[in-house]
Design a protein around this ligand. Structure first.
Ligand code: FNR
Length: 186
């Protein structure tokens, strides 16, 4: 059997009752046994400033180390103004520097976006993929995951209560496990 792959999960929302965090928690439960998912927090990362490259804040270094140690990265994000939330873009930028030390390099990724709106965060999902090209992140093309009306998918305890979405996300994670196996360098 293949070895267990460590997957860093990045949630693009910082708010306590985030729908996307609930989605991420559901994905942790639905992932196949070949994947071990851990949410890596991004809310404590100071805004990226190139002046700090030589003496980086400890939180940047810790974050970079955690991403480096992961085999793959799963992004779960809302859409802000048809694009990627600033906190998530900041995390991407922090991980990408100093120049030549891009910790995202080659990590097989997948993207899930969720919104109470009908389009399911499509804009954020695809803007994120634009950065992936430059960062050399091989992102799973299919299945795509845009969860619309996502505020209706969870019960009062924050558990996924929609059976169709559960099946879809289970299949999504199986496809992602296969994508990781096919695109891993080790
Ligand atoms: C939003 N929201 C939003 N929704 C959407 O579908 N498309 C968008 O472009 C935006 N833009 C946007 C900008 C800002 C600054 C905020 C705060 C919100 C609404 C958003 O989808 C909603 O607040 C979600 O609940 C955010 O995700 P979390 O925090 O629940 O995971």
């Amino acid at each position: 059997m293949d070895k267990t792959r460590e997957v860093a999960v990045i949630v693009g929302s910082l708010r306590k009752n985030s729908i996307n965090r609930k989605v991420a928690n559901a994905l942790v439960e639905l992932a196949p046994a070949s994947l071990s998912l851990t949410i890596i927090e991004i809310g404590n990362l100071p805004l990226y400033n190139q002046d700090d490259d030589e003496a980086p804040p400890a939180s940047w270094s810790a974050f970079r180390d955690r991403i480096k140690a992961a085999d793959a990265v799963l992004f779960v994000t809302p859409e802000y103004n048809r694009s990627v939330p600033a906190a998530l873009k900041n995390a991407l930028d922090v991980g990408s520097r100093p120049y030549g030390k891009n910790v995202w390099d080659g990590k097989p990724a997948a993207v899930v976006s969720a919104s109470p709106g009908a389009i399911g965060g499509f804009g954020a999902n695809h803007h994120l993929r634009q950065s992936f090209v430059f960062l050399n992140i091989p992102a799973m093309p299919q299945p795509e995951a845009y969860l619309g009306h996502a505020d209706k998918l969870f019960d009062a305890n924050g558990k996924l209560s929609n059976e169709g979405t559960r099946k879809f996300l289970e299949g999504f994670m199986q496809s992602y496990a296969a994508w990781i196996a096919a695109n891993s360098q080790s």
